[in-house]
Ligand binder design. Structure first.
Ligand code: ASP
Length: 321
């Protein structure tokens, strides 16, 4: 236990590189309940800190995950989520997001334009509409009706990158782009309530109207208050194909640890895409009701941030290849 503890790196270090430091090791060393919050990629560290302002005071996991991912949505330097996100091939930033609590309350928006906080629109869908998902112009109209304001999400940096991309116009999604993509966050609060949120600008230079896994409940996010929660990042088409996060949660229901469940879901992606696996990245993170956590991904380079009362650390995910 103590030696595992020593392997945790403090927030200031911002990375964990020790080869043997897998999420499984950490999960075994920390079998305690919440509050605890996990989120995808490096930017998960600062998102966790934001979520902790709520979780650390005994607040609701749903409020915490919304606040946590909003920090990244509003940050123009994070070029794969929200404001400043990379546009589609027509130069339009379209956002996907969803949110879910432990009572199967869900809300989602897809292909939403000109709104800074799609996760909060998703929450409004959940709480203020009789529906669970809005897309495109309908999502925008709903957002405006709820008081959200229009914002131009295309920053000069993203526009310049898009113009550069237009010179070749090749759709070749990069793997582990700058070590961040979608932010998915899952949390267990002090009262044992789970929630999750997931938000992204999707694959850079996608076709207009393309929707990935991130706003699809069961694909990019799933929460079951009796079992656990999971969220995904990477090539959304592959995650949707296997109903990834629902699969991870169901595997935990059958007794798998969070890491084992993520590993089995990744194995399904791998099985189908072996022939072009170098082009594919998919990563899952999972948390169960006991506060145990884990992750797994297709290829090295995916990490997730885990925060509890002791520390906020970045953990390298184990990988299939
Ligand atoms: N999963 C996201 C999508 O397919 C993108 C990502 O996480 O990189 O839209």
């Amino acid at each position: 236990m103590a030696s595992n503890r020593r392997q945790f790196l403090k927030l200031s270090a911002l990375s964990v590189t020790a080869a043997g430091l897998t999420s499984g090791l950490l999960a075994q060393s920390e079998t305690k309940k919440g509050p605890i919050v996990l989120s995808t990629w490096n930017f998960g560290l600062k998102a966790n800190e934001e979520a902790w302002k709520i979780l650390g005071k005994g607040g609701f996991a749903l409020d915490a995950v919304e606040a946590g991912v909003k920090l990244v949505e509003a940050d123009p330097t994070e070029r794969s989520v929200g404001y400043g996100g990379r546009p589609d091939r027509d130069g339009i930033v379209t956002l996907d997001a969803c949110i879910m609590d432990d009572q199967l309350h869900i809300g989602s928006v897809a292909a939403l334009e000109n709104i800074m906080h799609p996760v909060s629109v998703a929450r409004a869908v959940m709480e203020k509409s009789p529906h669970v998902m809005f897309v495109g112009d309908g999502a925008l109209q709903f957002a405006l009706s709820q008081g959200f304001e229009k914002t131009n999400l295309l920053t000069p940096e993203s526009e310049a990158e898009w113009k550069e991309w237009l010179k070749k116009s090749e759709y070749k999604p990069k793997v582990n782009i700058e070590n961040h993509d979608t932010i998915g966050m899952i949390a267990l609060d002090a009262q044992g309530r789970l929630s999750g949120a997931c938000t992204t600008s999707g694959m850079a230079f996608k076709m207009h109207g393309r929707v990935g896994d991130s706003p699809i409940i069961g694909a990019g996010l799933y929460v079951d208050g009796e079992v656990g929660a999971a969220t995904a990042t990477g090539h959304g088409e592959e995650v949707i194909r296997i109903a990834g996060c629902h699969l991870v949660v169901e595997l935990m229901r059958q007794g798998r640890t969070p890491e084992e469940a993520c590993k089995e879901a990744v194995a399904r992606v791998y099985k189908r895409q072996k022939h072009r696996i170098n082009e594919i990245q998919v990563g899952f993170i999972a948390l169960n009701t006991a506060g145990e956590h884990g992750a797994f991904c297709v290829q090295p380079g995916f990490s997730y941030a885990r925060m509890d009362a002791q520390s906020n650390v970045l953990i390298n995910s184990g990988s299939q290849i």
